[in-house]
Design a protein around this ligand. Structure first.
Ligand code: G16
Ligand code: MG
Length: 214
């Protein structure tokens, strides 16, 4: 079986992807830039500044780096206001039970997230001390599709990539996993992505997948 599982956070463990959308939408409205859910899907797993560049593709203006920094800060303030309202209720019973079962059958569990807010989110939903390793956007130089975040997570677990499974909702995240030498399971938006070895309709299907692996 897989020795370790590395989970993406936004869109996998909890639904902060919806909050990212609301916060970017508020910034885009403020700047008078068109933004919709389809554009938002391109931001999954991508860093904050890279996300901003994608949003600004629809702007006629050219902004300085200092202005872009302010916009990213503004978006993060909107986002943090939404995160403040999160509590353990925002962790579904399905996700929590599955994590507990995976741990019980001997898997090491880690988070590999591009987000600089990952530790705060984990605290809000009651998983502050739960994982064996948490690697987030504060610790990496290159965000997904670069494999850095997952390679560091595997290293922290003391495991090699071929013995770990990555669980992702973003194509960029599945690309990162495959480039790093990991098998990947796709959820939500990334479920139908061809590079995902497993397609998850429900989170608890992970238990079967992990136990079946030779
Ligand atoms: C997440 C989201 C991305 C977001 C990124 C950075 O990554 O999927 O949409 O842009 O983190 O977030 P922050 O602005 O909080 O640093 P992941 O890897 O957890 O899906
Ligand atoms: Mg994600």
């Amino acid at each position: 079986q897989y020795q370790g599982i590395i989970f993406d956070l936004d869109g996998v463990i909890c639904h902060t992807d919806a909050y990212h959308y609301l916060a970017w939408k508020k910034l885009a409205d403020h700047l008078g830039i068109y933004f919709d859910k389809q554009i938002n899907n391109r931001l999954r797993g991508i860093s904050r500044m890279e996300s901003l560049d994608i949003i600004l593709e629809n702007s006629k203006n050219v902004y300085t780096d200092a202005e872009k920094y302010e916009f990213a800060k503004e978006k993060n303030e909107y986002y943090r206001q939404l995160l403040m309202q999160m509590s353990p209720v925002d962790l579904s019973a399905d996700v929590k039970n599955t994590l507990d079962v995976l741990r019980k059958i001997g898997c090491k569990l880690a988070i590999g997230s591009s987000s600089k807010n990952a530790k705060y989110i984990l605290e809000r939903i009651g998983l502050g001390y739960y994982f064996d390793a948490v690697v987030d956007g504060n610790e990496i130089q290159h965000s997904k599709p670069d494999p850095e975040v997952f390679l560091l997570a595997a290293q922290r677990l003391g495991l090699v990539p071929s013995t770990c499974l990555v669980v992702e909702d973003a194509e960029a995240g599945i690309d990162a996993a495959v480039r790093g030498g990991f098998d990947a399971a796709g959820l939500g938006d990334a479920r139908v992505y061809s590079l995902a070895k497993y397609q998850l309709i429900q989170f608890d299907e992970l238990v079967g997948i992990v136990s079946r692996k030779q």
